[in-house]
Design a protein around this ligand. Sequence first.
Ligand SMILES: NC(=O)C1=CN([C@@H]2O[C@H](COP(=O)(O)OP(=O)(O)OC[C@H]3O[C@@H](n4cnc5c(N)ncnc54)[C@H](O)[C@@H]3O)[C@@H](O)[C@H]2O)[C@@H](O)CC1
Ligand SMILES: Nc1ncnc2c1ncn2[C@@H]1O[C@H](COP(=O)(O)OP(=O)(O)O)[C@@H](O)[C@H]1O
Length: 287
Amino acid sequence: MGETGLTTLSYVNTVIRERPRQIHKGQCGRVLIVAGSVGMAGACVLSTGAALRSGAGLVKAAVPEEIFPILQIAVPQATCTNVSDREFLRSVSVHDAIGIGPGMGVSEKKYQLIEEILSIFDGPVVIDADGITNLCRFGKKTGILKKKDNIILTPHPGECDRLLDALDLEPVSVMGRVEAAEAVSDRTGAVVLLKGADTVVTSGSGSTYINTTGNPGMATGGSGDVLTGVITAFAASGTAPLDAARAGAFVHGMAGDLAAGIMGQWGMTATDIRDQLPATLRGIVGK
Ligand SMILES: NC(=O)C1=CN([C@@H]2O[C@H](COP(=O)(O)OP(=O)(O)OC[C@H]3O[C@@H](n4cnc5c(N)ncnc54)[C@H](O)[C@@H]3O)[C@@H](O)[C@H]2O)[C@@H](O)CC1
Ligand SMILES: Nc1ncnc2c1ncn2[C@@H]1O[C@H](COP(=O)(O)OP(=O)(O)O)[C@@H](O)[C@H]1O
């Protein structure tokens, strides 16, 4: 284990900055969110909306056609593409960052889709939730991520245990949170963000940071789906994967703190966190 630092506001101020006056939407990051399924459309709504509220210029959701109406009504700013239509894979490379996993479901077919996207796309990819579970369940024999660059894995402790098991390592409860995140990062080459109170973000031993925002009110369904959208938007804007993950965790936690201030920790939900992203970013950037 190397030295562990903190992610604080003064650091995030160096990552999230005022926009140049002449910027246009094509330069603010084109995000693709591969998420959602029948029964879990909400996960995609949350990730897609969070990406838009975190500054992404253009956001597209790759979802089953059956849930297009939900997405188009809940997030009219986003476009939709049919995830089951192979044509959609042709347009993957025009994006600046991809977020994969929230509510996408777990099956061999979904795993193949992730593999295909990773083989086509060399930009930053955030893999969360069912994306991680698919890799662990079906990708063990292929070495999970094959040390591909530009990957950010965002497991909660349960998903981290799946990753550790697939890598033949001990669970988080045995290894400890920092050591577990560093081990997954060392073995996969990915930036790893281990969620929970005191979220850990690491690019391997020696580069590990503990987040300083967030509260127990964030222990509510869908709050991790919001985080996926935030980090994917930051990565799409050109922020390096480790910085996108650190700044994403901080901003998401600060939005959660604002939401708790308004709604209280007991009653706040994931949409309240998403809805406080603009005020959070305005507080950080000053605009
Ligand atoms: N509205 C929606 O559509 C929602 C969809 N969701 C999606 O539902 C899918 C399944 O996610 P889940 O995380 O519920 O289920 P999972 O089965 O992937 O993981 C939950 C299990 O992980 C273990 N675990 C250990 N420590 C944990 C921790 N600190 N936090 C959470 N779990 C821990 C527990 O055994 C628990 O049963 C994901 O794709 C997720 O994105 C959820 O985000 C909830 C909201
Ligand atoms: N007690 C807590 N303190 C701070 N943050 C928390 C706490 N509990 C959960 N969170 C945050 O809320 C989010 C939960 O994500 P996750 O478990 O993936 O939820 P979901 O799958 O329902 O979206 C993570 O960002 C996590 O760090």
